[in-house]
Ligand binder design. Structure first.
Ligand code: PLP
Length: 415
């Protein structure tokens, strides 16, 4: 109106007009077709919708080892609330804390062979840590150029604007080592921000990155949420299994909410002195001013960590692998043959919603992904394998997927 200023958004690192404008259409279409907004109760691994009683098995759940429903994990949660007597003693841990978090961190630290710091989620950990890295306070004091991989998870990409207020931020190509080396030659220090395991398969080039870390003292910030527990000896994940640079140049975060089967997240550090850990506790965003992992989640996580120390983990990992292989024998995808539990059954943008609805009607939930959530030509039904799925469920799902795939192909041919 009269002379009042209208704001022109800078949109340097985010753009909600675009995100909501483009993304909402995807969600509306999914919901109209009954593939989003589902409410269902869980019993013995089967979901039953509250409104119609439709039963289905979830094939898009990230609890890859089904530890979230393990009796020891559930008992661990209950026992810890009783033992500590509170869900949370509400005060920043830097002032006063009950020993719950310390117990959890000692256990995770021993299990993963690192200094572990807990956080309520991986997203909260990244939002707090990345600006501290950008300012050089978590590192050697040098402000690094922050290079975000263009495919890095939204929980890391969301920290770009805050990092840009402390340092320079660029978005680099996916696993673009040449670009990284070029930046290493031009900048005093570089920090590369990347997923350890990508959500659609594929792993970070940890060995090649370690060479850059050696040559240029580059920092790498990994989010290994998708491979912890499901991958490696005692479930240490992809990065800690293969990276030769497990020292202060490598910082790893991972959620405890996926294959680990509980709640919260961990930050894994090597070679940092105690005073740096204090800086994290005091200045890493919500880690210092918001609630910590509560005692139920601590107890569940302690129990899950115990399972990781036993033969049972190997058995669950082997079952997951066998389930993935069974799926691959029946349905070919670009991910076939890989160790990673996610598969995308390709469909066109036009046929994928209808196919997803038919699969759901047949008793399985798989999530349709299509443009604009993924780029054109890469639409499909996303399937996630778990250790607890039965052979029979997998065979039936595969038969349905083959059937809807054939229908989709003939619809395509008619178009
Ligand atoms: C699932 C996921 C997250 C989210 O973890 P929270 O602990 O729920 O914040 C973060 N990063 C990656 C790579 C993920 O796959």
């Amino acid at each position: 109106m009269t002379g009042r200023k209208r704001i022109e958004p800078p949109h340097r690192y985010r753009d909600n007009d675009k995100a909501v404008g483009v993304g909402n259409a995807f969600w509306d279409l999914s919901e109209r077709n009954g593939l989003a907004g589902i409410v269902a109760e869980l019993e013995d691994g089967v979901l039953r919708t509250v409104d119609t009683g439709h039963e289905f098995v979830n094939f898009t759940c990230c609890s890859y080892l089904d530890l979230d429903a393990h009796p020891a994990v559930i008992e661990g949660a209950v026992a810890a609330v009783r033992r500590f007597g509170v869900l949370d003693h509400c005060i920043p841990r830097s002032r006063v804390q009950i020993p719950a978090l310390l117990e959890l961190e000692a256990s995770l630290g021993e299990l993963f062979g690192a200094q572990a710091v807990s956080a309520i989620s991986a997203g909260v950990a990244s939002a707090g840590l990345l600006p501290l890295i950008a300012s050089g306070h978590l590192g050697d004091g040098t402000r690094p150029l922050m290079v975000f991989d263009k495919n890095c998870h939204v929980s890391m990409a969301g920290a770009k604007a805050a990092c840009a207020d402390e340092s320079e931020v660029v978005t680099g190509g996916h696993h673009d080592l040449d670009f990284l080396e070029d930046m290493c030659k031009r900048y005093e220090r570089v920090c590369y921000v990347v997923d350890g395991a990508d959500s659609l398969g594929g792993y970070a080039p940890v060995v090649e990155l370690a060479k850059l870390q050696d040559a240029y003292d580059m920092l790498v910030y990994y989010d290994d949420s998708h491979s912890v527990s499901a991958y490696g000896e005692r479930g240490v994940g992809y990065v800690r299994t293969h990276s030769p640079a497990l020292d202060e140049r490598t910082i790893t975060v991972a959620t405890l909410n996926k294959a680990f089967g509980t709640s919260g997240a961990m930050i894994l550090l090597d070679g940092y002195p105690k005073h740096t850990l204090r800086v994290i506790e005091r200045f890493a965003g919500a880690l210092c001013y918001s609630q910590p992992v509560n005692t139920a989640a601590v107890g569940a996580s302690l129990a899950s960590a115990e399972i990781h120390r036993t033969e049972e983990l190997r058995t669950l990992q082997a079952r997951l692998r066998a389930n993935i292989e069974l799926f691959d024998r029946h349905v070919k995808t670009e991910q076939s043959g890989g160790a990673y539990p996610i598969r995308v059954v390709p469909m066109s943008d036009e046929t994928v919603i209808d196919a997803g609805r038919r699969v759901f009607e047949a008793g399985f939930y798989v999530s349709p992904v299509f443009f604009p959530i993924v780029s054109r030509g890469t639409a499909g039904l996303r399937v996630m394998m778990r250790a607890g799925q039965t052979e029979e469920q997998i065979r039936r799902l595969c038969a349905v997927l083959i059937e809807v795939g054939a229908q989709a192909a003939s619809q395509e041919a008619e178009r």
